[in-house]
Write a protein that binds this ligand. Sequence first.
Ligand SMILES: [Fe+2]
Ligand SMILES: [Fe+2]
Length: 386
Amino acid sequence: MNGRLLLSKGHTIEANHIRIFKIWGISEVNLVGVNHYDDTSDPSVDPVMIEQTEKSVKALFCHADLEHPAIKEIYRIAVQFRCKHNITVKDDNLTVDNRLIPQQEREKDFLKKLQKKNIILPEIPAVAFELKKVIENPRSSAEHIAQVVSKSPSLTAMLLKIVNSSFYGLPSKISTVSHAVSLIGTQEISVLALGISVLSIFKNIPKETIDMHSFLRHSLVCGLLSRVFAAHKNIPQTEQLFVSGLLHDLGRLILYIYFPDESRHVLARSRNRKKLLYKEEKDYLGCDHAQLGMQLMRQWKLPLILENNVLYHHRPSEAQQSVPATIVHLADIVVNSLGISSSGEKIIPPLDVNAWENLEMSPSSFETIIGQATHQFHSLASILNA
Ligand SMILES: [Fe+2]
Ligand SMILES: [Fe+2]
């Protein structure tokens, strides 16, 4: 520390060393050759089940580097989480019907195809449009936001549910939006309400196309994880990160709604070849869901930071604002690993190592962060049925 040798390699750390570390502000050390499972595995979980889960989960990590400390820790937590909640990996090979889309119709530039087909992307909901104006105006008052939000009873109900859940952990019950705003802040509540209202457009997608409930769960957990990661990094705009996570796979909904045949095909190809879904989208359609999502956000003129986080959530090191994009990226990897839900992807997306290094986060914090976010999810899950 600061050029001082406190303890040389190969020593056993004892209580007095820990005391010295604390004095020097060292919060953690890397241990070599320690098997995590010996120390932290839950003794109540059947070892046979652990073994089976490990085997099936390992297969899902086929595109990730299990030797990387961050991935190794996510994998460890994922195995425990899946054992504890009895989450099994379903083998759902889908049939690829090559006759479904003739070769010549497989448009390489999908964004052009979107224009050619004259597809009108959904409009931003009126309430979200008004909220956007509120966000842009630094002088917006609590009353002003309450007025906008209360135009939509479902939005009001959802917002109050979030505010009263363990998401904020407020000591007393909040029953009005203006009270919520005065406690949590104008900008924060507006961004939160914006995210919820945007996602509500896609509520009525037919079941055959996608399990919308699973999609929403994926989005919500990713949002919660992004928010807790951001808080851990002392990033002040945690609501923006929550909304980025909530909307990160929005582009997939465009695919599922407007191009159901192509979507099914791309899904089947990725499943059967064990290829990452977003790569398959790119190869087969010429663009991936992150680009489509960004397109929609641009059309809606949503805050630029949301565009940044959505477009780069699979390659955050290329983002202008890499830290928030990396947080959503990491949250997405975690939510896929836990197996609670899916937006279509089955395989765990690989970690952008450069972005990870830039984030300067320790994998040892994952367990607490994931614990917090999943706890919040359980207290919030009912909003998905609203
Ligand atoms: Fe994604
Ligand atoms: Fe995702």
